[in-house]
Structures are given as structure tokens and as C-alpha cells.
Design a protein around this ligand. Structure first.
Ligand SMILES: [Fe+2]
Length: 415
């Protein structure tokens, strides 16, 4: 977080402290080193937390093989569901207690890693998930964990936050503590090959949103900016390739790194209004997270670009992503950034308006109220109130009108 102080000339200097980073182990086939990595961390009794799709894809088996080879005892909890709830975490904790574990592996998308982290809070510190809503509320040591993503999207492998929904209200609670962060983020691009096309599209768009949102928040620091910028550079040049050619391993590798770097950025800087607007759409309509975030993102960028500090950062990202035909024209460059996100959504075959997804206009005031109450809204670079979310949602009812002149870079991206 930026805490500022003024120097003798009145110039504001940032002050920040970076959290401990997970050790990143990256490369095709590296998943087979998991047993060795557990031994290095002195894990003896493991709970492998995953979901049925990941098991069916054969990834859990590869992990098991490596654990067996290293002579490590393990048990599997393979009942993770999308958008895990307090109930899911409780069930996972019961398995952890039954098996008397001393180490966790989260294998899968964000949901598996969030469930493993949520389990870690309750297994080691007791109580309920709501006791840890916020930051740094765990007082006792937590178990070491290895996070192994099978999607390139959430960046959960590089964050200390577990996103757990309340079973009854479906409101997402972000429960964070540096002790809950994985010791190792094991990034093996081969594991993303099994993603269904829709998952690839939604997680890729989510990663793009993470890079763009974390870059401009009020909490961004000199260090988070490094991660956001590099994440955006990697994602801007690889997402379109991954969407058009599933076999392009170099693009998949860049996406996986881009998603992890975005996660590191978020750990330092949090997220903004696109995520605030997306959460009620997921909670009330069951719209998949990446779809909801991606649909709101172009509107939020246009909204935030009115804020000079955010605008400056967006222009820098336009340059990093080589998105503009004429960087000397800031108005055009911002429009090209917005149009680029539109193009990605189109290429990912995601919906570009809320009406298509069944969102009724009459529900907008209620959704806007919920969006304004989201944890991430406070970090948006431009103050965003319920009335602002109402404007963003109303605009999102219909497809956006692209105002980028023909022949520009954004127009040709993704074709
Ligand atoms: Fe997200």
C-alpha cells in the first residue's frame, strides 16, 4: 500500500513494503517435481485439494505419481466447486482433520487454490471464514502450501487471499493473510492444455482484467507497477494467440506467467471497479467471473480514464502493448485500449452486453448498491459510487459503440 510523505520541496514520495513472494517454479513438465518440492519444505502428510475436472484430465494423477515417487503420504479432497462457499471449505477442513495433514497442495483453477487456502485458515486457526474477512486476521502459524494452477487466469497461486462466498448470501469474502500465501507457485503451461475453450476464454480475460485493474488502483506501489506492466505486456501479446491457436505453447507459457505476475500485482495493489461490478452479476445471475469482469472492463476503463493519474498509466500500457497507431494522440490511444478489450471479448466469443445474459434493467439499482459495497470499489482510482455503477450497468445493457476509426491497430487485433 502507498503511504505517502512529503520531502522538503513538498514532493510526495511513496512508502511501501512488498509482501513475501512465493517461489516461482516455471516450465513445461515441472509438475513432476512436486514431490521433490514438498520434501524440500518438509511436508510429510499432504492434502491434495482439487476438482473432478482436474482429476478427469489426469493432472491429479501426475501429482500423485510424483508424491508416491518421493515416498510422501497423501490424501485427496477432489470435491472443489466453482466459486467455493463456506460449506465447501468446511467440508475440506473435515478432510484435513481426518487425515491429520501438515501440508496442502492446491491443484486446479482459482477455486481449488481458494478452497485450499480457506481450509488452511480454519484448520490452523479455527473459527469460521468470516472471522478472516479482510487482511491479517490469522494469529497462529499456517501450513505450508504449493499452488499448482491448471488455468492461466486468477493469479491465486501468487496471492494470500482466499475468495470464499457465504453459503447463504453468495457474497464473496476476501480473506487474506501473508501466512496463507503458497510457499511455491508451480507454473507448468502444459497443465492448461486440458482447459475447455470457455474456461480458457474466461480465465484469459480475467487475467487481462487483473493486469489492467491492478495497474491503476489507489493502492498500487512502485513494485506492483512492475508486475502489472510486465503482466500486461505478456498478456497483450499472447492472449489473442492462445485464443486462436490452442497448441501455441509459447503463448500459453506467456499467459501463465502473465496471470501469475498479475496475481503478484494484486497482492500489492488490489483490484478496482470492474471486479466490484462483476461480483453481484456472478452472485445474482450466476454469470461466470471472467465473463462478468470482461464485459464491465471496457466501460470501467473509459470511466477511469477521466482520472488524470489513471489515464497516464493506461497510456503507458497502450505503449507497452503496442496498441496504438498514433501514441501522440491520447484520446485515440484510450479509445484503442477500450476497443482492444472489446476485440478480445469478441474473439473469446463472450457476451458483450448484459441483456444477452438475462440481466433485467429493473435490477440495476439493487446491483449498483451491491457493487458499491464490494471490497475492491474503494481501491478504484476514480471514486465510484452506487450512482456511477448504475451508469456503468445501464451502458452495459447494450453492446458498446466502438468509436475507434477504421484502420487503427485496435480494429485489426484478434482478426
Ligand atoms: Fe478476477
Amino acid at each position: 500500500m502507498i503511504e505517502s510523505q512529503a520531502d522538503q520541496d513538498g514532493k510526495i514520495l511513496p512508502r511501501f513494503q512488498s509482501p513475501a513472494l512465493p517461489r516461482l517454479v516455471y516450465g513445461c513438465g515441472e509438475v513432476e517435481r512436486v514431490g521433490e518440492l514438498v520434501l524440500e519444505s518438509q511436508g510429510r502428510r499432504i492434502l491434495l485439494v482439487t476438482d473432478p475436472g482436474v482429476v478427469a484430465a489426469g493432472h491429479a494423477e501426475r501429482v500423485e505419481k510424483s508424491l508416491k515417487k518421493a515416498g510422501i503420504d497423501y490424501a485427496i479432497y477432489d470435491r472443489v466447486r466453482e466459486n467455493p462457499t463456506t460449506e465447501d471449505v468446511n467440508e475440506c477442513v473435515a478432510a484435513a482433520r481426518r487425515e491429520r495433514i501438515d501440508f496442502l497442495i492446491g491443484l486446479g483453477g482459482g477455486s481449488s487454490m481458494d478452497t485450499a487456502k480457506g481450509c488452511n485458515f480454519l484448520f490452523t486457526n479455527g473459527g469460521e471464514m468470516k472471522d478472516y474477512w479482510g487482511t491479517g486476521k490469522a494469529t497462529l502459524p499456517m501450513l505450508p502450501m504449493i499452488a499448482i494452477p491448471t488455468t492461466a487466469g486468477t493469479g491465486s497461486e501468487c496471492q494470500s487471499y482466499a475468495l470464499i462466498a457465504d453459503e447463504k448470501t453468495h457474497r464473496k469474502m476476501a480473506c487474506g493473510d501473508t501466512k496463507a500465501a503458497a510457499k511455491v507457485a508451480l507454473l507448468d503451461p502444459e497443465l492448461t492444455l486440458s482447459q475447455p475453450a470457455k474456461v480458457k476464454a474466461c480465465t484469459g480475460v480475467d487475467a487481462l482484467a487483473h493486469a489492467l485493474e491492478s495497474a491503476v488502483t489507489l493502492r498500487q506501489t512502485p513494485m506492483s507497477r512492475i508486475w502489472s506492466r510486465e503482466a500486461f505486456r505478456l498478456i497483450a501479446r499472447s492472449l489473442s494467440r492462445v485464443l486462436s491457436d490452442g497448441a501455441d505453447m509459447s503463448a500459453r507459457g506467456e499467459m501463465m506467467l502473465g496471470a501469475a505476475y498479475s496475481g503478484l500485482a494484486i497482492e500489492n495493489s488490489m483490484l478496482g471497479a470492474a471486479h466490484s461490478a462483476a461480483n453481484p452479476l456472478t452472485a445474482d445471475y450466476g454469470i461466470v467471473h471472467g465473463q462478468a469482469v470482461g464485459l464491465m472492463l471496457p466501460r470501467v476503463i473509459a470511466f477511469n480514464a477521466e482520472c488524470p493519474e489513471a489515464r497516464e498509466i493506461y497510456l503507458e500500457l497502450v505503449s507497452i502493448g503496442k496498441l496504438s497507431a498514433d501514441e501522440s494522440d491520447p484520446e485515440l490511444s484510450i479509445r484503442e485500449l477500450v476497443a482492444y478489450v472489446d476485440r478480445v471479448l469478441e474473439q473469446a466469443e463472450l457476451a458483450v452486453d448484459l441483456a444477452t445474459l438475462g440481466v433485467e434493467e429493473s435490477r440495476i439499482p439493487e446491483l449498483s448498491q451491491q457493487a458499491a459495497e464490494q471490497w475492491t470499489a474503494q481501491f478504484n482510482p476514480r471514486t465510484v459510487l452506487a450512482e456511477d455503477f448504475e451508469g456503468l450497468y445501464r451502458d452495459a445493457l447494450r453492446p458498446r459503440n466502438s468509436t475507434v476509426p477504421s484502420g487503427t491497430k485496435a480494429e485489426s487485433l484478434g482478426k
